[in-house]
Design a protein. Structure first.
Length: 472
């Protein structure tokens, strides 16, 4: 298990090893508001490292709406595309997602641990310090939640979330600490506790700077967590709070938030790639394209197709090909963590399950109308009975949030089988739900270093080729 201060004060040589010198320097570094803020900036950089690379890619390539045209026996994310992830892939998605999330989490924990004493010692800057602590709590919640999504089955895999999740780490572990995996229910309870505490420390109903966490982002996160838990009332309530009085970005304003990184659009929380090497840009530019299963869902005049086809009509994800980039940084991309459209879709899905169909129609109708115009949107909604409305919401979610790391996780929480296009370049075209391979293996280095860490069945065993993958 890795741990390290984002500013570079802690070094690690193993998953459970923490440099003692780094430990000694952390209190002095985090002794004033300026140090606390510097640590927060570093924590955002570490968060960027996992979201702007393997984690977001995994949410797409393991799903059924993208294609890797040059897929072969090796290459970036090919193992996840083919569901052949290996626990020994320490320098691939398996190891990097685990490691990078823990590094981010360790940095957040340092801020949460030392922040209150800094606030007490600087009462005139208490609100400033509290906002930093609140952002660290939001980041820690995201870390636990995202790691749980990658290495554990979805919350509803068991009736009460009692299956294995990931370790809950509320402080940087020492060299002799051997944390074991909590249940998914316990992980989610901790995520909610962190978010509830964060909400008491932040007072910005709308993000002041969308590159930083805000109360609005906390409400977005709570809506997402409760959606996964199938707690429809809370999911709808927090989605409403996150939406507030904001309106969806329309037309060129919608498209420009992808093409011009100076434009906020409907961003609520979007990581800054300033002075960072972005990896989603090159991956979606060259290696990962829309699948026929995705393109077939759109009306010919759908605005969103302009983000999925290049200027000559060929398949290309254009969500990371910004032509206007601050400081002309050629490798920069700024991935969304939360944007308004997701909240509309969360509200619509939750409202469907609550039988509040008029509200569900209002939210999903706004998404459709922006994409195809009022007349077509009204026709679609008129032709959709209440009993079929949830399916419509799910289709719109797939179309709206594609290439933003949601597809595979939505499939598993919806308990749907994986069905890919006939011409898929993957070795796997069909997988039934449930399936052991719908999670990543726990990295072997972690299992070796921590004897309390439980592996995932099948994907962490010698029976890897025993037929868990079902193909048509």
């Amino acid at each position: 298990m890795v741990a390290g201060l984002a500013a570079g004060l802690t070094a690690c040589s193993d998953f459970l090893e923490v440099d003692v010198k780094g430990k000694a320097t952390i209190p002095s570094f985090l002794s004033d508001p300026q140090g606390l803020n510097a640590a927060l900036v570093g924590t955002y950089n570490k968060m960027y490292a996992y979201i702007d690379n393997e984690f977001t890619k995994y949410g797409d390539v393991a799903g059924n709406m993208v294609s890797l045209p040059t897929a072969s026996t090796s290459g970036d994310m090919v193992a996840q595309y083919n569901f052949t992830s290996d626990e020994s892939q320490i320098t691939g998605a398996v190891g990097y997602i685990w490691r990078k999330i823990y590094v981010t989490q360790a940095n957040a924990n340092n801020i949460i641990s030392y922040g209150p004493s800094v606030a007490d010692a600087n009462p005139t800057q208490r609100d400033y310090c509290n906002r930093i602590i609140g952002q660290a709590l939001l980041i820690r919640a995201l870390c636990h939640f995202d790691q749980c999504r990658a290495y554990a089955q979805p919350y509803n895999y068991t009736a009460d979330g009692s299956h294995l999740g990931v370790p809950i780490l509320l402080r940087t572990p020492g060299a002799n600490d051997t944390p074991s995996r909590a249940t998914v229910r316990e992980v989610y309870q901790q995520v909610i506790a962190d978010l509830n505490e964060a909400s008491t420390l932040m007072d910005d109903a709308v993000a002041r700077d969308y590159h930083y966490g805000s109360l609005q982002a906390v409400n977005c996160m709570l809506a997402r967590v409760y959606l996964y838990m199938e707690d429809w009332e809370n999911a709808l309530s927090y989605a409403r709070q996150a939406i507030g009085t904001q309106q969806l970005a329309q037309g060129d304003d919608y498209l420009s938030m992808y093409d011009d990184l100076n434009r906020q659009g409907e961003a609520i929380f979007r990581l800054s790639g300033n002075k960072m090497n972005g990896y989603l840009k090159s991956f979606y530019d060259n290696n990962c394209v829309p699948a026929d299963t995705l393109l077939s869902l759109y009306d010919a005049g759908d605005l969103r197709l302009r983000l999925l086809k290049n200027t000559v009509g060929g398949k290309q994800c254009r969500k990371y090909t910004a032509s206007v980039v601050p400081d002309n940084e050629p490798k920069r991309d700024d991935p969304f963590v939360f944007r308004l459209s997701e909240e509309y879709l969360t509200a619509a899905e939750a409202a469907c399950h609550l039988g509040q169909y008029a509200e569900a129609r209002r939210y999903v109708g706004a998404i459709i109308e922006r994409a195809v115009g009022q007349q077509k949107a009204e026709a679609v909604l008129t032709a959709t009975a209440d009993a079929q409305l949830l399916d419509l919401v799910k289709r719109e979610r797939v179309k709206e949030l594609c290439f933003e790391g949601h597809n595979f996780f939505d499939l598993t929480r919806w308990k749907q089988p994986l069905v890919r296009e006939q011409r898929t370049t993957s070795t796997v075209r069909f997988m039934a739900y449930p399936n052991d391979r719908f999670v990543l293996p726990i990295p072997q280095d972690e299992l070796n270093a921590n004897l309390s860490m439980q592996p995932n069945p099948t994907v962490n065993s010698a029976e890897r080729a025993s037929g868990a993958v079902q193909e048509e």
